[in-house]
Design a protein. Structure first.
Length: 255
């Protein structure tokens, strides 16, 4: 069954994570579609995704900020956002992965109906993976996630992004419970997404992470996002791989 991902919060990386999923899906020969809300077509991800064969849809070349729009422009914008969502819903069964990028921002800006978004989630094609991104995920959407249950909808925790937003990893994991289905493991110094290895000079509270994962009996996916550690001579890279292996063992994630 295809899951529903909600990438929200004040930190960076929501669209980046969704683009990464599309890249992975394309690499495995899967069909993916990427729909942009409140953005223009001239974004950094547009050309990259198109080159990978990902279906990319954005209704306009350039979208004004909502607070600079006239009432007439806002009405036109609402119509575009509604059409984009309807298009995504109508064609969802044709794809293995569908991304609704910044759809939550469209809702919060009053440019898209929350009821329509909730209906899209409830009625999505059962085998399609659906990703929603944007700040300020509405409580109704979170409640829906909790009501649907862990096998149909899940939460992905990026430890680095949570650290940037000054979140408490133990509290986050405890609240997520069995809805936590994926982990992106990376460290940073709390200011930018540096993609460091755990237990280095970063400030992620790994003791709290391990305690939380242990208490919920986490058995989900774990990916190490540490491109910031990929430079250096070959012996250093080899030592890095050994180090990562030991970290995985300590986290109970060694396969």
């Amino acid at each position: 069954m295809g899951m529903v991902h909600i990438y929200t919060g004040d930190g960076k990386g929501k669209t980046t994570a969704a683009v990464g999923l599309c890249t992975r899906a394309a690499g495995h020969g899967k069909k993916a579609a990427f729909y942009e809300f409140l953005k223009g077509a001239k974004t950094g991800e547009a050309k990259s995704l198109a080159a990978l064969g990902v279906e990319f849809y954005c209704p306009v070349e350039r979208e004004k900020f909502t607070w600079t729009m006239t009432e007439e422009e806002k009405a036109e914008c609402r119509a575009r956002q509604a059409d984009t969502l309807a298009r995504a819903a109508a064609h969802m069964a044709e794809y293995d992965l569908v991304v609704l990028d910044e759809v939550l921002c469209a809702v919060n800006a009053g440019m898209l109906s929350l009821a329509d978004v909730l209906r899209t989630v409830r009625e999505k094609a059962p085998n399609t993976e659906l990703v929603l991104t944007g700040r300020g995920a509405p409580e109704e959407l979170i409640a829906l996630a909790e009501a649907v249950g862990s096998r149909a909808m899940g939460i992905c925790l990026d430890t680095g992004h949570l650290n940037i937003s000054k979140g408490d990893p133990y509290a986050f994991i405890a609240k997520a419970g069995n809805l936590l289905q994926a982990m992106h493991i990376a460290d940073n110094e709390g200011e930018k997404d540096q993609h460091m290895m755990p237990y280095g000079r970063g400030t992620v509270n790994w003791e709290a992470v391990l305690k939380g994962l242990g208490e919920i009996g986490y058995q989900g996916f774990c990916g190490f996002e540490i491109p910031g550690e990929s430079v250096g001579p070959l012996p250093v890279k080899q030592h890095t791989l050994v180090y990562i292996r030991e970290i995985m063992k300590s986290m109970g994630m060694d396969s």
